[in-house]
Design a protein around this ligand. Structure first.
Ligand code: NAP
Length: 209
């Protein structure tokens, strides 16, 4: 499949790496075309940089940008998202206090995005509990990474699960899009434990059988 990645930063690079490794084509969009071009070259032959304004070719669009900028991105690119599967990877941490999420109780970044995308476009929460460095390496301490995901549409979740498993990772369906609230809290907890435990964003959340 073809995957459009919005944001040529740490997570754009990490998810792009796994997508290309899984045999998928990737197109990169960034506010800075040079960043998009640089990442596309780094990812190799299966990757291209998309010129600003061009339609998105991917059936899956990964928003590898911060919250609440991901909402601005959805507003900016609305016409290019119709009918796509939109993947929200954000951990919407309150960056003034760093001690809680910025979203209101009872909702999540992913559910907010679902309200903003065109009708027929499905939002799937995924990749927010895995750090960029570990995604590039595919594993932590010899353990395959688990990628928790949530969404309301089975077909959309199946596409994202395929992207995850083709890239050598284990997808875990955590349930409907409302589960994004728990995933975002889990992601925040994982982030907040990095400094006290000296983990350096190299740890992973693993559900071991
Ligand atoms: N880093 C991790 O390990 C990790 C793990 C789990 C989840 N996440 C989540 O992943 C998301 C991205 O994190 P990151 O570390 O990859 O951030 P990052 O390195 O700062 O990359 C974000 C990139 O997206 C670009 N961008 C922002 N808005 C855009 C738009 N509207 N259109 C096109 N490009 C845009 C940024 O450009 P500018 O530089 O111009 O702003 C930047 O190049 C965040 O929501 C974060 O919570 C990160």
């Amino acid at each position: 499949m073809k995957v459009t990645i919005v944001g040529a930063g740490n997570m754009g690079r990490a998810i792009g790496t796994r997508a290309v490794a899984g045999g998928h084509d990737v197109e990169i969009v960034d506010r800075d075309p040079a960043e998009a071009q640089g990442l596309a070259e780094e990812l190799g032959d299966r990757a291209t940089a998309l010129e600003r304004g061009s339609p998105f070719g991917g059936e899956v669009v990964v928003l590898a940008v911060y919250y609440p900028g991901n909402k601005d991105a959805v507003r900016d690119y609305t016409d290019r998202l119709a009918g796509k599967v939109v993947v929200d990877i954000s951990n919407p941490v309150n960056t003034e206090t760093w001690d809680r999420l910025a979203t209101a109780p009872g909702t999540s970044s992913a559910e907010e995005l679902q309200q903003l995308v065109p009708e027929g476009t499905q939002v799937v929460k995924a990749f927010n509990t895995t750090f960029a460095k570990t995604l590039v390496e595919r594993e932590v301490a010899g353990q395959q990474l688990d990628v928790l995901l949530a969404g309301d549409d089975a077909e959309a979740k199946e596409k994202v699960s395929r992207l995850v498993s083709d890239g050598g990772l284990r997808p875990i369906d955590a349930g409907p899009l409302a589960r994004a609230q728990e995933l975002e809290h889990l992601g925040f907890l994982h982030v907040s434990l990095q400094q006290p435990l000296g983990l350096g964003f190299s740890s992973t959340i693993k559900l071991h059988p």
